[in-house]
Design a binder for this molecule. Structure first.
Ligand SMILES: Nc1nc2c(ncn2[C@@H]2O[C@H](COP(=O)(O)OP(=O)(O)OP(=O)(O)O)[C@@H](O)[C@H]2O)c(=O)[nH]1
Ligand SMILES: [Mg+2]
Length: 378
C-alpha cells in the first residue's frame, strides 16, 4: 500500500516536472520568435551599445567598441544585380529585342532613344550617346547590323564609367583616429537603411564600427538606427531629440577615437536641397566631421533611383554645399529607371559607389558598371 502511494507520488512529480520543461521550452521559443537575432533590448542611456556580447580582453569598459566584430551578422552571398533589376531589364530588353531583329535605320535610333529616355538616362546623355553612334554608322566605323550597333552602345555606356572605383576611401593606418563617412540626402531616400547595411558589411569584415545618429530631428530616426546598430553589432551614439547634429557626430568621433574604432558612419536628417538653412546646417556638420582625430574620407549622397532625373538636381545642390565624393543609389530593385546611373556619371562626374537593391542588410552591392550593363543588355 505504502509502496503504491510512493510510486504514485513519484509519478506525479515526474509528470509535473516534464510539463514544466515543456512550458519553459515553449516560452523560450516564443521569446526567440519575437526578438530578431542580434537586436538587443533598448538600453536607457543616450550612448547605446549594439551587441549584448561580453567585452573583449583589454577593453576599458562595457562600452568599448572592440567587441563589435565578434559574432557580427552573417550576410550571405552578395545579391546579383541581374536578379534585382527586373523592371529595368524587362523594359530595356523589350526594346533591344525589337531592334536586334532588324537592320539599322532611323527607326532603330528612335527606338533606342525611347528606351534610354524611359530608363531615365536623361535627354542630354541619351543625345550624346546616340549622336556618337549615328556618326560612327555614317562613317562606316559601325557596320550596318543591329548587333554591331548595340555592341557599340554597350561599350560606350561602359566607357562612361572608365576609371571609376566603387571602393570607399579610408584613413591610412596609424592616422590616430577613425575614418568618417557622412551620409546626406533628401527625405526618405534610404540614408539610415544604407548606413545599417554598410555597418553590417564592415562589421562582418571585422571592422569596429560606430554609428552617429546625426538625425536628431525625429526620435524615431535614432530608434531606427539603434535597430540597425543591434543587427550590425555596431555601437550607437545618440543625442537628445532636437540636439545639434554636429555635436552628436563630434561625440561619436571622440568616442570612436578613444575606443579604437575603425569607422564612424554619420547619419543626417533628410533635407530638401532647396532649403538654405538646412543646407547651411549640413555644412557645419561636415566641418565638425572633418575635425581631427576623425578623418572624413567620404561624403556619400544617397539618391533614390525611383525619383529619376530629380536626382541630378539634388546631386548638384548637395555637391555645392558639402562636396559629395560619391553616390549611393537606392531602390534600384523596384524601378525601371536605373538609367539615371548613366546621367549621374556623365553629367556630374560623380562615381556611383554603392547600389541598394532591397531592404535587408545584405541588399547592398558595390556598383560594378560591367555587371550593370550586362544586366541590361543580356
Ligand atoms: N526596395 C528598397 N527599399 C529601400 C532601399 N533602401 C531603403 N529602402 C526603404 O526606403 C525607406 C526609407 O528608408 P530610410 O533609410 O528611412 O530613408 P532615410 O533617407 O533615412 O529617410 P529620412 O531619415 O526620413 O530622410 C524604408 O522603408 C527603407 O526600407 C532599397 O535599396 N530598396
Ligand atoms: Mg533616416
Amino acid at each position: 500500500m505504502v509502496l503504491t502511494i510512493v510510486i504514485a507520488v513519484v509519478g506525479v512529480l515526474v509528470l509535473a516536472s516534464a510539463g514544466l520543461l515543456v512550458v519553459t521550452r515553449a516560452r523560450r521559443g516564443t521569446e526567440a520568435r519575437h526578438r530578431a537575432p542580434g537586436v538587443p533590448h533598448a538600453a536607457p542611456s543616450h550612448l547605446r551599445q549594439g551587441p549584448a556580447s561580453p567585452a573583449p580582453e583589454g577593453a576599458a569598459d562595457a562600452g568599448a567598441v572592440g567587441q563589435v566584430a565578434a559574432g557580427a551578422l552573417q550576410l550571405g552571398p552578395r545579391p546579383a544585380l541581374r536578379d534585382r533589376l527586373d523592371r529595368a531589364r524587362s523594359l530595356f530588353g523589350g526594346y533591344l529585342e525589337q531592334i536586334r531583329a532588324r537592320a539599322v535605320d532611323e527607326t532603330t535610333f528612335e527606338e533606342l532613344e525611347e528606351a534610354l529616355i524611359l530608363a531615365d538616362v536623361g535627354v542630354r546623355t541619351t543625345t550624346a550617346l546616340l549622336d556618337d553612334l549615328r556618326s560612327r554608322v555614317r562613317s562606316g566605323e559601325i557596320e550596318g547590323s543591329s548587333g554591331a550597333l548595340l555592341g557599340a552602345l554597350r561599350a560606350d555606356i561602359e566607357g562612361l564609367f572608365a576609371g571609376d572605383s566603387a571602393e570607399l576611401a579610408t584613413a591610412p593606418p596609424g592616422s590616430g583616429g577613425p575614418t568618417v563617412w557622412l551620409f546626406v540626402g533628401v527625405n526618405g531616400v534610404g540614408k539610415t537603411t544604407t548606413i545599417g547595411k554598410v555597418a553590417a558589411r564592415e562589421a562582418a569584415e571585422g571592422r569596429k564600427v560606430v554609428l552617429a545618429a546625426g538625425d536628431t530631428f525625429r526620435a524615431a530616426a535614432g530608434e531606427q538606427l539603434e535597430t540597425w546598430a543591434g543587427r550590425a553589432h555596431a555601437q550607437l551614439i545618440r543625442g537628445a531629440e532636437g540636439a545639434d547634429p554636429s555635436s552628436v557626430i563630434f561625440d561619436a568621433v571622440q568616442h570612436g577615437a578613444a575606443r579604437g574604432a575603425d569607422l564612424v558612419l554619420a547619419d543626417t536628417a533628410g533635407r530638401l536641397h532647396t532649403k538654405v538653412n538646412l543646407m547651411e546646417e549640413l555644412r557645419k556638420v561636415r566641418r565638425i566631421a572633418e575635425r581631427p582625430p576623425g578623418k572624413l574620407t567620404e561624403v556619400l549622397l544617397v539618391l533614390d533611383a525611383t525619383t529619376g532625373q530629380n536626382g541630378l538636381v539634388q546631386a548638384r545642390q548637395f555637391t555645392e554645399a558639402v562636396g559629395v565624393t560619391g553616390i549611393v543609389l537606392t531602390k534600384l530593385d523596384g524601378t525601371a529607371k536605373g538609367g539615371v546611373v548613366l546621367a549621374i556619371r556623365n553629367e556630374l562626374g560623380l562615381p556611383i559607389k554603392l547600389v541598394g537593391v532591397g531592404e535587408s542588410a545584405a541588399d547592398l552591392v558595390e556598383f560594378d558598371p560591367k555587371e550593370f550593363v550586362a544586366a541590361l543588355f543580356e
